[in-house]
Write a protein that binds this ligand. Structure first.
Ligand code: CMC
Length: 427
């Protein structure tokens, strides 16, 4: 029997259907509310609003659970690769050996950048942030690749491979060009992650081996970032996509949304904060006090999450990767010591405990990226490369829906009531 919620408004009583998800999550379906009552709901920040039903990712913020297509992210981080996880997210199932081989081949085939597109790089001012460049370049893809079909599995895999592969090339290219270095194209014999390092490290005068530990760490990093249900950038992709723009424009909007320091930009902001703490003699307490001061807009970067009210499961995994990587490289990053001490202090501080503020994925990921030799201003681009399969999968879920609706929220107007235009001499 359909469960309903009862809403009483004065002497009017209405029934609203309750939608129940496969993990028991429940939502009151308010679609008929305005028609029945003239009322809308108010939820700034959309903290309590479901914008879609989705089969892609399940999160439980109270229990710290994250699963892609039902598979725990811990199992994927342990056993899968980023490429396999990307296939899973978009196609719904893990690939067979043959499907994985074909998809990997597509990734190699799609990795080249049109020479005209490459020329755009020279036009950006030298200090441009790579996220701004990436967002513009992805938007420009539409002008070069017009045949954007998604009506069958093969077509969607080509589109996904094109985005994943070109974005990796474009990301490395933006860095190499900013340094005035030559750009190497990926090698077909390397896997997706190895090719990232091959391109990043490539130098005509110095050969650098690709460390398999780096490849494993990067696979885990990208798996952890591959999707996160209706976060700010993914909702931006869905919202912009709902106007029926092309996929590249919708993803470009997602990249722009991800750039912000409250979202993906936090990984860069965390490292900048840890560096500042080190420059202040490693004194952590003043930063904690500043974060607690309501008159100060400063926040501890890498702490807190809209959904997780416990330890972010991704943060647990990336923290472990961070320790393992530094231990096997036999190096120490002083920022890790500061981060560990900061976490220790925060975990006992009543303010952070009462607000349920724990480290999120961005808190330790920057230290991993530093160890991998990724420059700090590329950190959020690394997040964007990882999020590509999630964005494509989420956009496709909307696009496949025969009832795909234009996203168009409402508001309560609190401005001036009707008044007349005043001619200049009467103002
Ligand atoms: N430092 C200090 N106080 C904080 C922090 C923080 N990092 N995060 C939240 N709070 C406080 C906030 O001041 C507020 O306090 P009060 O209720 O006393 O006024 C309360 O916690 C709730 O804050 P909110 O902004 O309403 O909560 P939210 O759910 O909108 O915030 C957040 C989520 C991620 C924007 C926020 O925790 C934050 O700004 N964190 C720092 C930036 C960061 O690390 N972002 C990466 C998020 S994970 C990567 C991703 O998936 O995007």
């Amino acid at each position: 029997m359909q469960e309903t919620a009862t809403l009483t408004l004065g002497d009017k009583v209405i029934q609203l259907p309750v939608i129940i998800g496969s993990e028991g999550e429940r939502a009151v379906d308010i679609r008929s509310l305005r028609k029945k009552t003239g009322l809308i709901t108010m939820d700034p920040g959309l903290a309590n609003t479901g914008i879609c039903k989705s089969q892609i990712t399940f999160m439980d913020g109270e229990k710290g659970i994250l699963r892609y297509r039902g598979i725990p992210v811990e199992e994927l981080a342990e056993n899968s690769t980023f490429v396999e996880t990307a296939y899973l997210l978009v196609n719904g199932e893990l690939p067979s050996e043959e499907q994985l081989k074909e998809f990997s081949l597509l990734l190699t085939e799609q990795s080249l950048i049109h020479e005209d597109l490459k020329a755009f790089y020279g036009k950006f001012p030298s200090r441009s942030h790579p996220m701004g460049i990436l967002s513009s370049m992805v938007n420009a893809l539409r002008s070069f690749y017009k045949d954007l079909k998604i009506d069958n599995e093969e077509a969607i895999n080509i589109t996904l491979a094109r985005l994943m592969s070109k974005v990796r090339t474009m990301a490395v290219m933006s860095y190499k060009i900013s340094r005035g270095h030559t750009v190497a194209y990926p090698k077909p014999e390397y896997c997706y992650c190895s090719n990232f390092f091959y391109m990043l490290y490539h130098s005509p005068v110095r050969k650098r081996e690709i460390n398999p530990l780096f490849v494993k760490a990067l696979n885990v990093f990208w798996i952890l970032h591959a999707d996160h249900e209706q976060n700010c950038s993914t909702s931006a992709v869905r919202l912009v996509g709902s106007g029926r723009v092309n996929l590249y424009a919708a993803i470009s909007a997602g990249i722009a949304a991800l750039w912000g320091p409250l979202h993906g930009g936090a990984n860069q902001a965390v490292i900048e904060m840890l560096i500042k703490i080190r420059e202040k003699g490693g004194k952590i307490k003043p930063f904690i006090e500043k974060a607690k001061n309501k008159k100060d807009p400063f926040r501890l970067m890498g702490f807190g999450h809209r959904v997780y009210k416990t330890y972010d499961p991704r943060a647990k995994i990336i923290k472990k990767v961070c320790h393992e990587l530094l231990a096997s490289l036999k190096t120490n990053d002083p920022l890790l010591d500061i981060a560990l001490e900061l976490e220790e202090i925060v975990s006992k501080d009543p303010y952070f405990m009462d607000h349920h503020l724990y480290p999120n994925v961005d808190f330790y990921s920057g230290i991993v990226l530093r160890a991998l030799g990724v420059p700090t201003n590329m950190f959020t681009v690394m997040f964007a490369i990882g999020r590509m399969p999630g964005w494509v999968a989420q956009w496709k879920e909307d696009a496949d829906d025969p009832k795909w609706k234009l996203y168009r929220p409402r508001q309560i107007y609190i401005g001036k009531n009707k008044r007349s235009y005043l001619p200049m001499d009467k103002r």
